[in-house]
Write a protein that binds this ligand. Structure first.
Ligand SMILES: [Zn+2]
Length: 127
């Protein structure tokens, strides 16, 4: 195990070991990786060298595996129930509404979908 290896994803959560593998979108030590069955493991990326495009693809695939998992979906569902998430959504909405460029895009997309619906009903869309 190299000293330059990144810390395990759960390092701060009491693990304290260094990562040896990449799994479920995380860099993990052996023990933590073994606690996450059902995922493909990928070679750990060394932070010393910039990642090659093949290594980046491996990382992306590892993250995709994780996002397909029930564990991830359950976490995402739980997060959407939190006050933090709701507050962020409200803040984002307020920021968006205050942005004239966003409002213009928003109005344009509403106009377009109404025109589309009209056309679908056989009416002549007014531009
Ligand atoms: Zn660990």
């Amino acid at each position: 195990m190299l000293e330059s290896a990144p810390p395990c994803f759960y390092f701060g959560a009491g693990c304290g070991r260094r990562a040896v593998t990449d799994k479920a979108g995380k860099s993990l030590c052996r023990a933590c990786a073994d606690r996450l069955p059902g995922y493909v493991e990928y070679p750990l990326q060394q932070p010393s060298a910039p990642p090659t495009s093949a290594e980046k693809e491996v990382k992306r695939q590892s993250e995709r595996d994780y996002r397909q998992s029930e564990e991830y979906k359950a976490q995402a569902r739980a997060y959407r129930q939190t006050e933090e998430y709701r507050q962020r959504a409200r803040d984002r909405r307020r920021r968006d509404l205050a942005d004239p460029a966003w409002r213009a895009r928003h109005n344009e997309s509403i106009r377009r979908s109404r025109a589309k619906a009209k056309t679908a009903r056989g009416e002549v869309a007014s531009s």
